[in-house]
Ligand binder design. Structure first.
Ligand code: URA
Length: 237
C-alpha cells in the first residue's frame, strides 16, 4: 500500500495532507524518514508519525438511539459516556458531532476519522431534524416569527430550515425543528431566542436517515455504504 494511503487510512490526515506530512519529514518507516508519498508500505512495516506508531483499523460505523444522561465523549470525569454503550467493539470509537447530555436520539459513532469531513461536513448541508418539548405552548404567530429567524442569546441571528408544531401531547408544546448547523446547543439557543426553553430534545433524522426502530440505548452496526445510503437516499434505523 502506498504510504500516503496508509496515513490517510490511519485517520490522522486526508490523502493530500498526508503528502504534506510525508514531505515535511515527520513520517518514518521502520525508523527511517521517508519523503516519498508513493513509497510502498509492506505488511510488517512500522510506520510512525512524529514518533507515534500508526495503525490501520477497519472502519466501523454504529447508529445509536442515545439515551439522556450520557455525554458525547470518549471519557468524562463525572458522567457515563456514549461509547460505553457500544459493547461489541473494543477498539477506539467516538461520537460524530455532539448531542447534549440530556438530548436523546440519533447519534453516529465511528472510528473513521474522515467521516465528518466526507459525509457530514456543514458544507454538505445535511439536514438534522429534532423534536423539542417546549416549556409552554407555542402559537402560530410565534411560530411564524421563529421561521423568519431569531436572535440567539450568544449574539447570532439564526434561521431554521423549518419549524412546525407536532401533533403530540401535551398539545402545542412539541415542535419539529430542522437545522443544518452543527453548533453546540443550536436548537436550545434558537428556542431561547424565540422566547421558549426546551424541556426535552430528541434527534429524529440525520439527512434522510430516520429514527424509527431503535429503542433508547439500542444501536445497530452498519457498513459505510449502508450508512451513507441511508443518510443520502433514505432509510430507517
Ligand atoms: N441542539 C441542542 O441544543 N442540543 C443538542 O443536543 C443538539 C442540538
Amino acid at each position: 500500500m502506498r504510504l500516503n494511503k496508509f496515513i490517510s487510512l490511519s485517520g490522522i490526515a486526508s490523502r493530500r495532507k498526508a503528502d504534506i506530512l510525508i514531505l515535511s519529514g515527520r513520517v518514518q518507516v521502520n525508523g527511517k524518514i521517508v519523503l516519498a508519498p508513493f513509497f510502498n508500505v509492506e505488511k510488517n512495516d512500522i510506520v510512525t508519525f512524529d514518533n507515534r506508531q500508526l495503525t490501520i483499523a477497519e472502519n466501523v460505523y454504529y447508529v445509536m438511539n442515545k439515551p439522556s444522561g450520557y455525554v458525547c465523549a470518549v471519557t468524562d470525569k463525572y458522567d457515563p459516556v456514549v461509547v460505553s454503550l457500544i459493547t461489541d467493539y473494543d477498539g477506539k470509537i467516538y461520537p460524530v458531532g455532539r448531542l447534549d447530555r440530556d438530548t436523546e436520539g440519533l447519534l453516529i459513532l465511528t472510528n473513521d476519522g474522515m467521516f465528518t469531513q466526507n459525509v457530514l461536513h456543514p458544507s454538505k448541508r445535511i439536514h438534522k431534524e429534532y423534536e423539542a418539548l417546549l416549556n409552554i405552548p407555542i402559537n402560530e404567530r410565534q411560530l411564524e416569527r421563529w421561521r423568519k429567524g431569531v436572535d440567539t442569546p450568544d449574539g447570532r441571528f439564526v434561521i431554521p430550515v423549518s419549524v412546525d408544531i407536532l401533533d403530540k401531547e401535551p398539545a402545542g408544546r412539541w415542535v419539529k425543528i430542522v437545522i443544518i448547523s452543527g453548533r453546540k446547543h443550536e436548537v436550545k439557543l434558537m428556542a431561547n431566542g424565540a422566547g421558549f426553553s426546551v424541556e426535552k430534545l430528541i434527534r429524529t433524522r440525520i439527512g434522510k436517515m430516520r429514527l424509527e426502530k431503535l429503542k433508547t440505548g439500542e444501536y445497530v452496526s452498519l457498513s459505510f455504504s449502508e450508512l451513507y445510503t441511508k443518510i443520502l437516499n433514505g432509510g430507517i434505523v
